[in-house]
Every structure is written in C-alpha cells, then in structure tokens.
Design a protein around this ligand. Structure first.
Ligand SMILES: [Zn+2]
Ligand SMILES: [Zn+2]
Length: 256
C-alpha cells in the first residue's frame, strides 16, 4: 500500500475524471491521498471530496509562497478553525520560492513564519515547499522551531545540506516524480543517503509526472513510480519502500 502525501486534486486537470482518477489510485494500491488545498475554494472542494471518500482523502490547508501576500488574520483564523475542528491533518503547503519569486521575499518569509507558528500551536505537521531558498528556509525553520515542529520537506530537490538540516529537526523528506527524470542524479543520490524511516512518497500532481508519463498530467496512481525508483537506488524491494513510507505517513499525519 502507498500513500500519496501531496496532491492538488482541485486543479482543473482533474475536473473531467476525478472519480476515475481516484479509482485508478485505489487499483494501484494507493490507500490514502493527502489533498493540499491552497485557497478557500480548494478547501471546500477538499471537504466535499473527503465526505465522498472518507478515510481515503485527507486535507491540508495553507498559503503557498507564490500567494504569500494573501496571508492575513482572517485567513489565519479560518485555517486555525479547520485545524481545531480536525478538518485538516496538516498546515501547508507553506515555505519559500525564490525561483519564481511571485511574492516579495519579505512577505514570503513572514507568511512562512506565521504558518510554522500556527502548525505548532495546533500541533499539526507543516508541509514545507522550498525552491532556490535553502539557506533562508533552514534559518527560518531553526528560528521558528519551538520544540513542537513536525512536518515534511516536500518535493525534495536533492539539496543534502537542506535535507540534513530538516532531518536534524526531525522533519521527513518526501520525493516526487522528478526523481525519475534522467538528469535527476542528485535527487537519486539523496534518496540513497536519506534513511528510509525519514522518507515519504508524493506526486505533487497534477505537476511533475514521472518520466514514463512526462509532459502529461500527473495523478496519485503514479506515486508507485516514485516508490520503484527509490527501491532501485536503495537496492531494496518496492514492497519494503511501500510499507515503510506508508507507516511514516500514517505516523506523521495521524492516519489510522
Ligand atoms: Zn510545493
Ligand atoms: Zn504542491
């Protein structure tokens, strides 16, 4: 069994065939999907989806670094309420993205800090996005860690300095389809080095389809390709990868 710990199921790419997509995931032995909702509409969508697929779809809510300017006290209050009502199992994704820099750096940092504080206040894991911002991410994680920090560095890009810092803080690392790309040797090397007890799987769908489906829409069923690649580089069976990463995700997100 696999868990796709990071999917964006409200995206228009799934509009025509979401139920079939979920059936495909179930057929591929994906036993749970964490849907990452990044605005109010996505949260409502995720809640409806969870009602339709109880114990299968779980939701996280947060403000993406691209949209960091949207953070304010009412957004904070509504995410906090979702957490306290146990409608969500994680806060995020949150973090820093200096590659696109769609929001000013200072605002990204502030929104990231506030969400790290919130995650610890409500005792939920933080789903962390970091692109071209390793140093500032490490610094902010250290500064905002109140001793209750837990979470995952998602869509890991192979930066071992960032990985080491995250592992030291007790965070997990999740790998997505880009580990299968021919040029991704750095990511595969990282997967070799990072202990299995700190790894989770994700798709980040509809983005980052694995090499076999490159250029097409990614979907939760393809998380198996990520597991196969990690199994290959670690020289262990895909069943071991499935079992360990699923156990890690269940513990991290408190799933039964
Ligand atoms: Zn991300
Ligand atoms: Zn994402």
């Amino acid at each position: 069994m696999y868990i796709d710990t990071h999917a964006h199921l409200n995206f228009p790419e799934f509009k025509a065939d979401l139920d079939e997509t979920i059936m495909c995931a179930q057929a591929a032995k994906v036993c749970a999907i964490v849907n990452i909702a990044l605005d109010e509409e996505a949260i409502k969508f995720g809640q409806a989806l969870q009602r339709r697929y109880p114990h299968y779809i779980f939701n996280a809510a947060g403000i993406h670094p691209h949209e960091a300017s949207r953070w304010n006290s009412s957004v904070e209050a509504s995410i906090k309420e979702l957490a306290l009502e146990k409608q969500i199992i994680a806060i995020g994704e949150m973090g820093l993205d200096y590659f696109y820099k769609l929001a000013p750096v200072e605002i990204q940092q502030n929104t990231f800090r506030r969400q790290l504080q919130l995650a610890q206040a409500v005792d939920l894991p933080a789903v962390i996005h970091c692109r071209d911002a390793s140093q500032d991410t490490i610094q902010i994680l250290h500064e905002e860690n109140r001793g209750y920090l837990k979470g995952v560095l998602h869509c890991f890009n192979g930066d071992m300095e960032l990985a080491q810092a995250a592992l030291k803080l007790g965070l997990l690392i999740s790998f997505t389809g880009n580990i299968t790309f021919p040029k991704a040797e750095k990511i595969r090397q990282a997967a070799r080095e990072i202990p299995l007890e700190s790894i989770m799987l994700e798709t980040d769908c509809p983005f980052l389809a694995p090499q076999d489906f490159r250029g097409k829409r990614n979907e939760p069923a393809f998380v198996v390709k990520v597991a196969e690649k990690i199994a290959e580089v670690k020289g262990i069976s895909v069943e071991e990868i499935a079992e360990a990463t699923t156990a890690n995700a269940r513990t991290m997100f408190g799933l039964r």
